[in-house]
Design a protein around this ligand. Structure first.
Ligand SMILES: [Zn+2]
Length: 452
Protein backbone atom coordinates (compact mmCIF):
# COMPACT_ATOMS: atom_id res chain seq x y z
CA UNK A 1 0.00 0.00 0.00
CA UNK A 2 1.42 3.40 -0.95
CA UNK A 3 1.54 6.10 1.75
CA UNK A 4 -1.21 8.03 0.01
CA UNK A 5 -3.53 5.00 -0.10
CA UNK A 6 -2.79 4.33 3.59
CA UNK A 7 -3.90 7.88 4.37
CA UNK A 8 -6.96 7.40 2.21
CA UNK A 9 -7.70 4.14 4.01
CA UNK A 10 -7.44 5.77 7.45
CA UNK A 11 -9.54 8.70 6.37
CA UNK A 12 -12.23 6.43 4.98
CA UNK A 13 -12.21 4.35 8.19
CA UNK A 14 -12.62 7.50 10.25
CA UNK A 15 -15.36 8.71 7.96
CA UNK A 16 -17.15 5.37 8.18
CA UNK A 17 -16.90 5.52 11.95
CA UNK A 18 -18.29 9.03 12.14
CA UNK A 19 -21.15 8.34 9.79
CA UNK A 20 -21.80 4.82 11.00
CA UNK A 21 -25.45 5.18 11.85
CA UNK A 22 -26.42 3.02 14.77
CA UNK A 23 -29.64 1.18 14.05
CA UNK A 24 -32.05 0.81 16.92
CA UNK A 25 -35.66 -0.16 17.48
CA UNK A 26 -38.62 1.07 19.47
CA UNK A 27 -42.16 -0.16 19.91
CA UNK A 28 -45.15 2.10 19.51
CA UNK A 29 -48.20 0.75 21.30
CA UNK A 30 -51.43 2.65 21.69
CA UNK A 31 -55.09 2.51 22.70
CA UNK A 32 -54.98 -0.70 24.69
CA UNK A 33 -58.40 0.10 26.19
CA UNK A 34 -58.16 -2.58 28.82
CA UNK A 35 -61.57 -3.71 30.07
CA UNK A 36 -61.21 -5.49 33.43
CA UNK A 37 -64.88 -6.51 33.18
CA UNK A 38 -64.48 -8.04 29.73
CA UNK A 39 -65.42 -11.55 30.83
CA UNK A 40 -67.04 -10.69 34.08
CA UNK A 41 -70.54 -12.00 34.77
CA UNK A 42 -70.61 -9.81 37.90
CA UNK A 43 -72.53 -6.58 38.12
CA UNK A 44 -73.79 -7.21 34.59
CA UNK A 45 -70.90 -5.07 33.47
CA UNK A 46 -68.86 -7.56 31.49
CA UNK A 47 -68.81 -6.81 27.81
CA UNK A 48 -69.22 -10.46 26.87
CA UNK A 49 -71.95 -10.93 29.42
CA UNK A 50 -73.94 -8.05 27.98
CA UNK A 51 -73.44 -9.39 24.50
CA UNK A 52 -74.44 -12.91 25.54
CA UNK A 53 -77.78 -11.59 26.73
CA UNK A 54 -78.51 -10.41 23.25
CA UNK A 55 -76.95 -13.12 21.15
CA UNK A 56 -76.25 -16.83 21.37
CA UNK A 57 -73.24 -18.98 20.58
CA UNK A 58 -70.45 -16.85 21.97
CA UNK A 59 -68.39 -19.74 23.23
CA UNK A 60 -65.23 -19.37 21.27
CA UNK A 61 -65.08 -15.80 20.16
CA UNK A 62 -63.90 -13.78 23.12
CA UNK A 63 -61.66 -11.75 20.86
CA UNK A 64 -63.66 -12.00 17.72
CA UNK A 65 -66.03 -9.47 19.15
CA UNK A 66 -65.28 -6.04 17.71
CA UNK A 67 -67.77 -4.40 20.06
CA UNK A 68 -65.65 -5.31 23.11
CA UNK A 69 -62.45 -3.65 24.33
CA UNK A 70 -59.28 -5.58 25.21
CA UNK A 71 -59.52 -8.50 27.59
CA UNK A 72 -56.60 -9.29 29.89
CA UNK A 73 -55.86 -12.30 27.69
CA UNK A 74 -55.49 -10.05 24.66
CA UNK A 75 -53.12 -7.72 26.53
CA UNK A 76 -51.08 -10.72 27.72
CA UNK A 77 -50.80 -11.97 24.14
CA UNK A 78 -49.61 -8.52 22.97
CA UNK A 79 -46.96 -8.47 25.72
CA UNK A 80 -45.88 -12.00 24.78
CA UNK A 81 -45.47 -11.03 21.11
CA UNK A 82 -43.36 -7.99 22.05
CA UNK A 83 -41.20 -10.10 24.37
CA UNK A 84 -40.74 -12.72 21.63
CA UNK A 85 -39.83 -10.19 18.92
CA UNK A 86 -37.55 -8.28 21.26
CA UNK A 87 -34.60 -6.91 19.23
CA UNK A 88 -31.22 -6.66 20.96
CA UNK A 89 -31.09 -2.96 20.24
CA UNK A 90 -34.54 -2.06 21.53
CA UNK A 91 -34.10 1.48 22.83
CA UNK A 92 -37.48 2.44 24.30
CA UNK A 93 -41.23 2.07 24.04
CA UNK A 94 -43.74 4.78 23.12
CA UNK A 95 -47.11 4.17 24.79
CA UNK A 96 -49.61 6.74 23.59
CA UNK A 97 -52.53 6.43 25.94
CA UNK A 98 -56.14 5.35 26.20
CA UNK A 99 -55.04 2.62 28.57
CA UNK A 100 -58.56 2.03 29.83
CA UNK A 101 -61.77 0.93 28.17
CA UNK A 102 -64.24 3.74 27.57
CA UNK A 103 -66.75 1.52 29.40
CA UNK A 104 -64.82 2.37 32.61
CA UNK A 105 -65.67 6.05 32.29
CA UNK A 106 -67.86 5.96 35.39
CA UNK A 107 -65.68 3.62 37.42
CA UNK A 108 -64.12 4.97 40.63
CA UNK A 109 -60.61 6.45 40.60
CA UNK A 110 -59.44 3.50 42.67
CA UNK A 111 -60.68 0.97 40.11
CA UNK A 112 -59.20 2.97 37.21
CA UNK A 113 -55.79 3.30 38.85
CA UNK A 114 -55.81 -0.39 39.70
CA UNK A 115 -56.37 -1.21 36.01
CA UNK A 116 -53.60 1.21 34.95
CA UNK A 117 -51.31 -0.46 37.49
CA UNK A 118 -52.01 -3.91 36.05
CA UNK A 119 -51.10 -2.73 32.54
CA UNK A 120 -48.04 -0.85 33.87
CA UNK A 121 -46.87 -4.02 35.64
CA UNK A 122 -47.14 -6.22 32.57
CA UNK A 123 -45.25 -3.63 30.48
CA UNK A 124 -42.47 -3.29 33.04
CA UNK A 125 -42.11 -7.08 33.15
CA UNK A 126 -42.03 -7.22 29.33
CA UNK A 127 -39.50 -4.38 29.06
CA UNK A 128 -37.39 -4.97 32.13
CA UNK A 129 -34.36 -3.10 30.80
CA UNK A 130 -36.03 -0.42 28.63
CA UNK A 131 -37.85 2.77 29.39
CA UNK A 132 -41.50 3.08 28.51
CA UNK A 133 -42.65 6.64 27.76
CA UNK A 134 -46.38 7.02 28.41
CA UNK A 135 -48.63 9.75 26.98
CA UNK A 136 -52.07 10.36 28.43
CA UNK A 137 -55.26 9.83 26.44
CA UNK A 138 -58.75 11.09 27.10
CA UNK A 139 -59.81 7.78 28.66
CA UNK A 140 -56.96 7.85 31.17
CA UNK A 141 -56.84 9.20 34.73
CA UNK A 142 -55.48 12.77 34.85
CA UNK A 143 -51.89 13.36 36.01
CA UNK A 144 -51.51 12.77 39.75
CA UNK A 145 -49.03 11.77 42.44
CA UNK A 146 -50.30 8.18 42.15
CA UNK A 147 -49.51 8.03 38.43
CA UNK A 148 -46.11 9.58 39.10
CA UNK A 149 -45.38 6.87 41.66
CA UNK A 150 -46.38 4.22 39.14
CA UNK A 151 -44.29 5.57 36.29
CA UNK A 152 -41.25 6.96 38.13
CA UNK A 153 -39.41 3.75 37.17
CA UNK A 154 -39.36 5.10 33.59
CA UNK A 155 -39.16 8.88 33.93
CA UNK A 156 -36.27 11.05 35.18
CA UNK A 157 -36.91 13.62 37.93
CA UNK A 158 -37.28 16.65 35.60
CA UNK A 159 -39.79 14.75 33.50
CA UNK A 160 -41.79 13.77 36.58
CA UNK A 161 -42.07 17.42 37.64
CA UNK A 162 -43.84 18.58 34.47
CA UNK A 163 -45.72 15.30 34.27
CA UNK A 164 -47.25 15.69 37.70
CA UNK A 165 -48.62 19.15 36.99
CA UNK A 166 -49.48 18.90 33.30
CA UNK A 167 -49.01 15.34 32.04
CA UNK A 168 -46.28 16.36 29.57
CA UNK A 169 -42.49 15.96 29.68
CA UNK A 170 -39.33 15.66 27.64
CA UNK A 171 -36.63 13.00 27.61
CA UNK A 172 -33.09 13.97 26.78
CA UNK A 173 -30.88 11.05 25.85
CA UNK A 174 -27.28 11.11 27.00
CA UNK A 175 -25.98 8.92 24.15
CA UNK A 176 -27.76 10.57 21.23
CA UNK A 177 -29.03 13.81 19.75
CA UNK A 178 -32.62 12.58 19.83
CA UNK A 179 -35.03 14.28 22.22
CA UNK A 180 -38.46 12.84 22.92
CA UNK A 181 -41.24 15.32 23.66
CA UNK A 182 -44.38 13.76 25.11
CA UNK A 183 -47.43 16.02 25.01
CA UNK A 184 -50.70 15.79 26.90
CA UNK A 185 -53.18 16.28 24.05
CA UNK A 186 -56.07 16.18 26.54
CA UNK A 187 -55.10 19.74 27.59
CA UNK A 188 -55.73 20.89 24.02
CA UNK A 189 -58.84 18.87 23.29
CA UNK A 190 -62.46 19.79 23.66
CA UNK A 191 -64.98 18.10 25.92
CA UNK A 192 -67.41 15.61 24.44
CA UNK A 193 -70.14 18.22 23.99
CA UNK A 194 -68.29 21.49 23.64
CA UNK A 195 -65.31 22.77 21.71
CA UNK A 196 -64.34 24.93 24.70
CA UNK A 197 -61.05 23.95 26.20
CA UNK A 198 -61.67 22.71 29.74
CA UNK A 199 -58.03 23.31 30.73
CA UNK A 200 -57.19 26.79 29.40
CA UNK A 201 -54.42 27.56 31.88
CA UNK A 202 -52.54 24.26 31.74
CA UNK A 203 -53.08 24.14 27.99
CA UNK A 204 -51.36 27.54 27.67
CA UNK A 205 -48.49 26.48 29.89
CA UNK A 206 -47.96 23.42 27.69
CA UNK A 207 -47.72 25.64 24.56
CA UNK A 208 -45.12 27.87 26.15
CA UNK A 209 -43.20 24.87 27.42
CA UNK A 210 -43.28 23.15 23.98
CA UNK A 211 -42.01 26.21 22.13
CA UNK A 212 -39.30 26.71 24.71
CA UNK A 213 -38.17 23.06 24.37
CA UNK A 214 -38.11 23.28 20.56
CA UNK A 215 -36.07 26.49 20.55
CA UNK A 216 -33.59 24.89 22.96
CA UNK A 217 -33.41 21.72 20.85
CA UNK A 218 -32.64 23.74 17.72
CA UNK A 219 -29.89 25.60 19.54
CA UNK A 220 -28.37 22.32 20.78
CA UNK A 221 -28.75 20.74 17.30
CA UNK A 222 -31.00 18.01 18.62
CA UNK A 223 -33.72 16.22 16.68
CA UNK A 224 -37.14 15.83 18.27
CA UNK A 225 -39.89 13.22 18.26
CA UNK A 226 -43.32 14.65 19.02
CA UNK A 227 -45.38 12.03 20.83
CA UNK A 228 -48.99 12.33 21.98
CA UNK A 229 -52.28 10.51 22.15
CA UNK A 230 -54.10 12.75 19.64
CA UNK A 231 -52.28 14.59 16.89
CA UNK A 232 -53.29 17.20 14.34
CA UNK A 233 -55.75 16.54 11.53
CA UNK A 234 -59.24 15.17 11.11
CA UNK A 235 -60.92 11.83 11.55
CA UNK A 236 -61.86 11.03 7.97
CA UNK A 237 -64.49 8.44 8.82
CA UNK A 238 -66.57 10.72 11.04
CA UNK A 239 -65.88 14.22 9.94
CA UNK A 240 -66.05 13.97 6.18
CA UNK A 241 -67.16 17.48 5.42
CA UNK A 242 -68.69 18.08 8.84
CA UNK A 243 -68.07 21.34 10.61
CA UNK A 244 -66.51 20.23 13.85
CA UNK A 245 -63.67 17.95 14.75
CA UNK A 246 -63.46 18.87 18.43
CA UNK A 247 -64.78 16.49 21.04
CA UNK A 248 -64.01 12.91 22.04
CA UNK A 249 -60.35 13.77 22.54
CA UNK A 250 -59.84 15.61 19.24
CA UNK A 251 -57.81 18.83 19.35
CA UNK A 252 -59.94 21.97 19.36
CA UNK A 253 -59.80 23.93 16.07
CA UNK A 254 -57.61 26.56 17.75
CA UNK A 255 -55.23 23.97 19.21
CA UNK A 256 -55.03 22.10 15.91
CA UNK A 257 -54.15 25.30 14.05
CA UNK A 258 -51.56 26.30 16.63
CA UNK A 259 -49.92 22.88 16.66
CA UNK A 260 -49.66 22.95 12.86
CA UNK A 261 -48.08 26.38 13.12
CA UNK A 262 -45.50 25.10 15.63
CA UNK A 263 -44.75 22.01 13.49
CA UNK A 264 -44.16 24.19 10.41
CA UNK A 265 -41.96 26.60 12.35
CA UNK A 266 -39.82 23.76 13.73
CA UNK A 267 -39.99 21.22 10.90
CA UNK A 268 -36.17 21.30 10.69
CA UNK A 269 -35.98 20.05 14.28
CA UNK A 270 -38.88 17.55 14.25
CA UNK A 271 -37.66 14.14 13.06
CA UNK A 272 -41.06 12.49 13.42
CA UNK A 273 -44.48 12.59 15.01
CA UNK A 274 -46.13 9.57 16.62
CA UNK A 275 -49.77 9.49 17.60
CA UNK A 276 -52.57 7.04 18.38
CA UNK A 277 -56.19 7.84 19.20
CA UNK A 278 -57.84 7.11 15.85
CA UNK A 279 -57.81 3.32 16.12
CA UNK A 280 -56.55 3.34 12.54
CA UNK A 281 -53.28 2.89 10.71
CA UNK A 282 -52.80 6.09 8.74
CA UNK A 283 -50.55 9.12 8.31
CA UNK A 284 -50.75 12.88 8.07
CA UNK A 285 -48.62 15.36 6.12
CA UNK A 286 -47.90 18.96 6.98
CA UNK A 287 -47.03 21.40 4.20
CA UNK A 288 -45.35 24.76 4.19
CA UNK A 289 -45.74 26.89 1.07
CA UNK A 290 -46.96 23.82 -0.81
CA UNK A 291 -43.96 21.71 0.16
CA UNK A 292 -44.31 18.64 2.43
CA UNK A 293 -42.20 19.46 5.51
CA UNK A 294 -43.28 17.07 8.24
CA UNK A 295 -45.03 13.72 8.68
CA UNK A 296 -47.05 12.08 11.42
CA UNK A 297 -47.53 8.32 11.60
CA UNK A 298 -50.63 7.10 13.44
CA UNK A 299 -50.46 3.61 14.89
CA UNK A 300 -53.56 1.39 15.12
CA UNK A 301 -55.04 0.39 18.47
CA UNK A 302 -54.49 -2.79 20.43
CA UNK A 303 -58.22 -2.97 21.13
CA UNK A 304 -60.30 -4.45 18.32
CA UNK A 305 -63.12 -2.07 19.20
CA UNK A 306 -63.24 0.62 16.58
CA UNK A 307 -64.06 4.28 16.89
CA UNK A 308 -66.34 4.37 13.87
CA UNK A 309 -65.25 1.27 12.07
CA UNK A 310 -63.73 -1.92 13.40
CA UNK A 311 -60.16 -3.08 13.00
CA UNK A 312 -57.82 -5.83 14.11
CA UNK A 313 -55.44 -5.29 17.06
CA UNK A 314 -52.04 -3.91 16.01
CA UNK A 315 -48.53 -3.43 17.45
CA UNK A 316 -45.78 -1.50 15.72
CA UNK A 317 -42.00 -1.93 15.87
CA UNK A 318 -39.95 0.99 14.48
CA UNK A 319 -36.44 0.77 13.09
CA UNK A 320 -34.45 4.01 13.32
CA UNK A 321 -31.02 5.60 13.43
CA UNK A 322 -30.70 5.94 17.16
CA UNK A 323 -28.19 8.81 17.12
CA UNK A 324 -30.17 11.04 14.73
CA UNK A 325 -33.72 9.78 15.18
CA UNK A 326 -34.14 9.23 11.45
CA UNK A 327 -36.93 6.71 11.02
CA UNK A 328 -35.91 3.92 8.62
CA UNK A 329 -38.93 1.64 8.62
CA UNK A 330 -41.48 -0.12 10.79
CA UNK A 331 -42.97 -3.57 11.03
CA UNK A 332 -46.69 -3.69 11.66
CA UNK A 333 -47.93 -6.72 13.61
CA UNK A 334 -51.57 -7.69 13.82
CA UNK A 335 -53.89 -10.22 15.34
CA UNK A 336 -56.60 -11.55 13.08
CA UNK A 337 -59.47 -11.40 15.55
CA UNK A 338 -62.04 -12.58 13.06
CA UNK A 339 -60.33 -15.88 12.41
CA UNK A 340 -59.10 -16.54 15.90
CA UNK A 341 -60.06 -19.93 17.26
CA UNK A 342 -58.98 -19.83 20.89
CA UNK A 343 -55.25 -19.32 20.28
CA UNK A 344 -54.19 -15.71 19.83
CA UNK A 345 -51.70 -15.69 17.02
CA UNK A 346 -50.00 -12.40 16.14
CA UNK A 347 -48.25 -12.12 12.80
CA UNK A 348 -46.52 -9.57 10.58
CA UNK A 349 -48.98 -7.51 8.57
CA UNK A 350 -46.42 -5.55 6.55
CA UNK A 351 -43.17 -3.53 6.53
CA UNK A 352 -43.75 0.13 5.67
CA UNK A 353 -41.07 0.69 3.00
CA UNK A 354 -41.62 -2.68 1.32
CA UNK A 355 -45.41 -2.54 1.42
CA UNK A 356 -45.70 0.83 -0.27
CA UNK A 357 -42.43 0.67 -2.20
CA UNK A 358 -40.90 3.70 -0.43
CA UNK A 359 -37.23 4.52 -0.84
CA UNK A 360 -37.21 6.20 2.57
CA UNK A 361 -39.51 7.46 5.27
CA UNK A 362 -39.77 11.20 4.68
CA UNK A 363 -42.40 13.88 4.12
CA UNK A 364 -41.50 13.86 0.40
CA UNK A 365 -41.83 10.09 -0.04
CA UNK A 366 -45.07 9.98 1.97
CA UNK A 367 -46.41 12.85 -0.12
CA UNK A 368 -45.70 10.79 -3.26
CA UNK A 369 -47.52 7.89 -1.61
CA UNK A 370 -50.54 10.14 -0.89
CA UNK A 371 -50.65 11.00 -4.60
CA UNK A 372 -50.57 7.31 -5.52
CA UNK A 373 -53.32 6.55 -3.00
CA UNK A 374 -55.71 8.97 -4.67
CA UNK A 375 -54.84 7.83 -8.20
CA UNK A 376 -58.10 6.88 -9.92
CA UNK A 377 -56.44 4.81 -12.61
CA UNK A 378 -54.41 2.49 -10.42
CA UNK A 379 -56.27 1.51 -7.28
CA UNK A 380 -53.52 -0.80 -5.96
CA UNK A 381 -51.96 1.73 -3.57
CA UNK A 382 -55.39 2.72 -2.30
CA UNK A 383 -56.32 -0.93 -1.76
CA UNK A 384 -53.16 -1.37 0.32
CA UNK A 385 -53.86 1.79 2.28
CA UNK A 386 -57.46 0.77 3.03
CA UNK A 387 -56.39 -2.71 4.11
CA UNK A 388 -53.76 -1.21 6.45
CA UNK A 389 -56.17 1.46 7.75
CA UNK A 390 -58.41 -1.26 9.22
CA UNK A 391 -55.50 -3.54 10.11
CA UNK A 392 -56.47 -6.17 7.55
CA UNK A 393 -60.02 -6.40 8.77
CA UNK A 394 -62.27 -7.42 5.85
CA UNK A 395 -61.74 -4.60 3.42
CA UNK A 396 -63.62 -4.25 0.20
CA UNK A 397 -62.40 -1.32 -1.87
CA UNK A 398 -65.46 -1.44 -4.09
CA UNK A 399 -67.27 0.11 -1.09
CA UNK A 400 -65.13 3.20 -1.59
CA UNK A 401 -65.97 5.20 -4.72
CA UNK A 402 -63.85 8.04 -6.06
CA UNK A 403 -65.50 10.58 -3.71
CA UNK A 404 -64.66 8.31 -0.78
CA UNK A 405 -61.04 7.94 -1.95
CA UNK A 406 -60.88 11.70 -2.20
CA UNK A 407 -61.97 12.11 1.45
CA UNK A 408 -59.12 9.81 2.52
CA UNK A 409 -56.68 11.83 0.44
CA UNK A 410 -57.91 15.10 1.98
CA UNK A 411 -57.56 13.65 5.49
CA UNK A 412 -53.94 12.67 4.82
CA UNK A 413 -52.88 15.92 3.16
CA UNK A 414 -55.08 18.56 4.86
CA UNK A 415 -54.38 18.56 8.58
CA UNK A 416 -55.96 22.00 8.94
CA UNK A 417 -59.69 21.56 9.66
CA UNK A 418 -60.93 24.20 7.24
CA UNK A 419 -58.50 23.14 4.50
CA UNK A 420 -59.84 19.62 4.90
CA UNK A 421 -63.44 20.77 4.52
CA UNK A 422 -62.74 22.78 1.37
CA UNK A 423 -60.70 19.88 -0.03
CA UNK A 424 -63.65 17.51 0.51
CA UNK A 425 -66.15 19.97 -0.97
CA UNK A 426 -64.04 20.73 -3.99
CA UNK A 427 -62.28 17.68 -5.49
CA UNK A 428 -61.38 19.51 -8.71
CA UNK A 429 -59.41 22.31 -7.05
CA UNK A 430 -57.56 19.82 -4.86
CA UNK A 431 -56.59 17.85 -7.95
CA UNK A 432 -55.27 20.97 -9.60
CA UNK A 433 -53.38 22.28 -6.60
CA UNK A 434 -51.39 19.17 -5.79
CA UNK A 435 -50.86 17.35 -9.05
CA UNK A 436 -47.21 16.36 -8.87
CA UNK A 437 -45.13 17.41 -11.86
CA UNK A 438 -43.92 13.97 -12.79
CA UNK A 439 -47.38 12.35 -12.97
CA UNK A 440 -48.63 15.34 -14.98
CA UNK A 441 -45.71 14.80 -17.33
CA UNK A 442 -46.45 11.07 -17.61
CA UNK A 443 -50.08 11.91 -18.37
CA UNK A 444 -49.08 14.37 -21.12
CA UNK A 445 -46.64 11.85 -22.52
CA UNK A 446 -49.39 9.19 -22.61
CA UNK A 447 -51.68 11.57 -24.52
CA UNK A 448 -48.90 12.36 -26.99
CA UNK A 449 -48.38 8.64 -27.62
CA UNK A 450 -52.12 8.11 -28.06
CA UNK A 451 -52.55 10.90 -30.62
CA UNK A 452 -49.36 10.17 -32.53
ZN1 LIG B 1 -58.69 5.15 21.99
Amino acid sequence: MSPSSVVLYIVSLLWLNLTDAKTGYFWHITDLHYDPYHNSPEFHRGCRHNRANNEHSHHNNRHRDHTCDSSWTLIQSAAALMAERHPDTLEFVLWTGDILSSSMEHASDRVKLEAVRNVTDILSRTFSSQFVFPALGHNDPPPSRKLVDMWMQWLPTEALQTFETGGYYTIEQSHSKLRIVVLNSVLWSGGATTSDNPHPHRGRTQWEWLEHILIKARRKKEMVYLVAHAGPGVEERHNAGSSTAAGGGELTPAANARLLHVIRAFSDVIAGQFYGHRHADTFRLIYSEGRPVSWALLAPSVTPRGAGSVSNPGLRLYKFESNTGKVLDYTQYYLDVTNTRGELHWSIEYNLTQYYGLREVSATSLNALAERIRNHHDRSSFAKYLSALRVKHSTDISDCDSACVHVHYCAITRADYSDFRSCVRNPASALASRAPHNSAAIFLYAILILIS
